[in-house]
Design a binder for this molecule. Structure first.
Ligand code: NAP
Length: 486
């Protein structure tokens, strides 16, 4: 019998009013049921929002040093037993255990960063034209913020939203992806363990279609921070804008690398394959297109195919596995149909293209790492996000043409270039339409102390992480104090 988990609302664990639950399973072994989770209703979400609303004033009035103190205690709590959390991540989202450990390490770093941020200055004193006036700015919290998060970084993404949200004085309601509710309950337990005041953090599980609308439209919600697909994100933007609510969206990507003829091809192929294939390409910043300039195409392609064929496919719990299961059967089917469409459009499969067979693979949702060439730059497979271990290799006549191809899609999250030429580097950094730019580096992989976000259909609203997070989670007040009248 699977363990049953509850929502965490107003400092207490509670059942959803629907009386229904849904299950979460291990993508490496679909017979491994992780637990049953509350299928919440709009009413349950409204109750969580009210709980957050009722304490927003007392949380705002809590010193930001004290707020940061809770984050530092949470970091210490995770650090005391990181393996428990890493194992839970691997079991629920399929991620390789080494990457799961990295994700927990990142959550610790985020909590520490924003914990310390609680003692940093906010606002500034500005000279007034009138010497009797003290003129200063202050940063005020927004109030209640809804956090809607995806399954691919089920620990780090909620933390990178909630750590700044909390330290800057907001109260929150988290709705995690339906595929990874267990990891979210571990986050709730963390806040419970460090005695975060009741109502400041609330967790409600349930499907986006059932509870999403309430999280966005409830009058007590001041802002929505969302990470997920562009389709859902754009709808959140429209609904938020109608109601004058602030929103922040981090969405899909179709991330390119450009390989110039002077690049270290061995290094470029190694990094490209790593960026495209680790976690089976299920990162918003995963490399999806390699755009190769000039006569190095054959050598680069051979290296990529060789390295792709050497990747071990297996469950994330095996430390040797690079190609882990994709999140669920629907995703596996979608990846297969994208590959088929690529072939129908004239693409040639150079590696993978199918699913691995055998007892270890049949019980999970595995797909082979796939390299495809001969597709046009505007073919569906070369323009749309796949969210699987699939890399398209595209030819370009020169660096200018490569940049045009790189910029031709609707997304603009992350991009890289491989070259030793400084002018090419600087030109690329200026003109590529991407929020994250890597020079001789992997498109995936971010540091938490710097801003993160994309351009075009990949993002909307203020940047996340680093000092930039203050822009979304606070509003500026300008205060004039006339001393002559006091
Ligand atoms: P998704 O299907 O858009 O879901 C994201 C979240 O939105 C989930 O919690 C989902 O709940 C919820 N949701 C679904 N329908 C909703 C609705 N009508 N109203 C409000 N919320 C709703 O995305 P995903 O499949 O979980 O994640 C993969 C996507 O995330 C990819 O496109 C990837 O590129 C993107 N991503 C972007 C970044 C970034 O920083 N740019 C980072 C990671 C992932 P349910 O799970 O219950 O449907």
């Amino acid at each position: 019998m699977a363990e049953r988990y509850q929502n965490y609302v107003n400092g207490a664990w509670s059942d959803a009013s629907s009386g229904s639950v849904s299950t979460s399973t291990n993508p490496a072994d679909l017979s491994d049921v992780i637990g049953e989770f509350q299928a919440s209703t709009a009413g349950d979400v409204a109750a969580a929002i009210t709980a957050a609303h009722d304490v927003k004033e007392s949380w705002r009035r809590t010193s930001s040093l004290a707020r940061g103190g809770y984050l530092l205690k949470a970091a210490a709590y995770l650090e005391a037993n990181p393996e428990e959390f890493a194992q839970a991540l691997t079991r629920e989202c399929g991620k390789a255990i080494l990457e799961a450990r990295g994700e927990i390490g990142r959550a610790v770093a985020l909590l520490q960063y924003y914990g310390v941020e609680g003692s940093n200055p906010v606002g500034s004193v500005v000279p007034s034209v009138n010497p009797e006036i003290l003129l200063y700015t202050n940063r005020m919290p927004l109030g209640v913020v809804s956090l809607i998060t995806p399954w691919n970084f089920p620990f780090a993404i909620p933390i990178w939203k909630m750590a700044p949200a909390l330290v800057y004085g907001n109260t929150i309601v988290l709705k995690p992806a339906s595929a990874t509710p267990h990891v979210a309950t571990l986050i709730a337990k963390m806040w419970e363990a460090v005695d975060l005041p009741a109502g400041v953090f609330n967790l409600v599980t349930g499907s986006g279609s059932a509870v999403g609308n309430e999280l966005i439209t409830n009058d007590k919600v001041a802002a929505i921070s969302f990470t997920g697909s562009t389709r859902i994100g754009m709808n959140i933007a429209a609904e938020s804008a109608k109601r004058g609510k602030r929103y922040q969206l981090e969405m899909g990507g179709k991330n390119p690398v450009i390989v110039l003829p002077d690049a270290d091809l061995e290094q470029a192929a190694e990094i490209t394959v790593s960026g495209a294939m680790k976690f089976s390409g299920q990162k918003c910043t995963a490399t999806s297109r390699a755009i190769v300039v000039g006569n190095v195409m054959e050598e680069f392609t051979n290296l990529v195919v060789e390295k792709t064929n050497a990747l071990k496919i297996g469950a994330g719990a095996d430390p040797e596995s690079i190609i882990v299961p994709v999140i669920d059967q629907a995703s596996k089917d979608n990846i297969a149909s994208m590959i088929k469409r690529g072939v129908d459009d004239g693409g040639q499969i150079l590696a993978g293209g199918g699913v691995p067979s055998g007892a270890d693979y049949d019980k999970g949702t595995f797909v082979e790492p796939t390299v495809i060439n001969n597709v046009a730059a505007d073919a569906y497979v070369a323009c749309e996000e796949i969210f699987g271990p699939v890399l398209s290799i595209l030819p370009a006549g020169d660096a200018e043409n490569a940049l045009d191809i790189a910029n031709s899609v609707e997304y603009g999250l992350s991009a890289g270039i491989f070259t030793k030429d400084l002018n090419s580097v600087l030109d690329f950094a200026d003109r590529i339409e991407a929020g994250v730019v890597k020079i001789n580096g992997e498109t995936a992989g971010l540091e938490p102390q710097v801003p993160f976000g994309g351009m075009k259909a990949s993002s909307s609203g203020d940047r996340e992480q680093g000092k930039a997070a203050i822009e979304f989670f606070t509003q500026t007040k300008t205060i004039y104090v006339d001393r002559s009248a006091t």
